[in-house]
Design a protein. Sequence first.
Length: 319
Amino acid sequence: MNVEQAKRILGISEHDDQAEVKRKYRRMIGTCHPDAAGSDSPEYVRRTQEINEAYQLLKKSDRIASCRKEDLIWHSEVSEKAFCDRNIYLFYSMDVSKDRLFYRAARGKYMWDPDEEEFELFLTSIRHASKELLEMAEKSRNDPGHSYSQEVFFRFQARLFQSLALQYIHPVNTLRKIAKPQMTDTKGREIYHLKAFLGTKGNSRMYQAMTQLKKGGTVYPHSFEENKILTVNGQGEPLGHLSLEDDRLYFCVIPLLKKQLAKVKMTVKNIKTSMKSLYTVKVTVSFYFRLEQGADTFTDDGQSLRIAALLKEYKETVL
């Protein structure tokens, strides 16, 4: 297979950039789901291999030039209530490497679309937006000659980051793009089965509580700590915060739970302990997440007020 054949297989035109190549590949390979009818036929297997081979070849090819940013029109939904514009970044190359270069493709109040924008570049965009806002707040001070603490700056940037990120993510729409519901109940509510973990090191009370969990037993949500779910066992003993296997899911799961637009059930799938050099335990958790009625209408109009309050607090802190 050569590059031109690969382009024909994926339907790539000379005007397509790397993002469009990836979209067309995902769309095409999505028709080859393992559960599809006829998926075990030789023709089906051959077609799947052909699509993957074409995509891998184009990833390695230097014949797909990067699209110039002035040529790109960004099509994602606009978040009218967002506090500020943000940059949209794309990688110059589709090759996976440690130091991947990226460029600014667009700027605006665009919602994050997992099919259009890499998650790591979305996070970079939000970090840059939070930095811009804090620097603007500094310039508006009455005492511009006053030096500020980097420690204070980074502490406020971390707090600002969360509120900004949530303005550009619709939890339900994003969840449906990065995960598929395991089932729908009799009331039409979608139920997702997600992978999650608990773990700790050291022979602590938390370690003891985790090792006493039983396979098939229940873990209970207790409270929220920023973007984490704190958990307990049936006796109310703390088990620490739950780690989701896919980091993108935090921006879907937590906001919906806080708004009581979702319910969870957590059961122990497996427990692995080690006492070689340091007591460690890892608990694999089956995390069942059910969207409640009304979840599609999720809104969080208070984020802009929180951002404004944080910027005001920052200005007063650094003076």
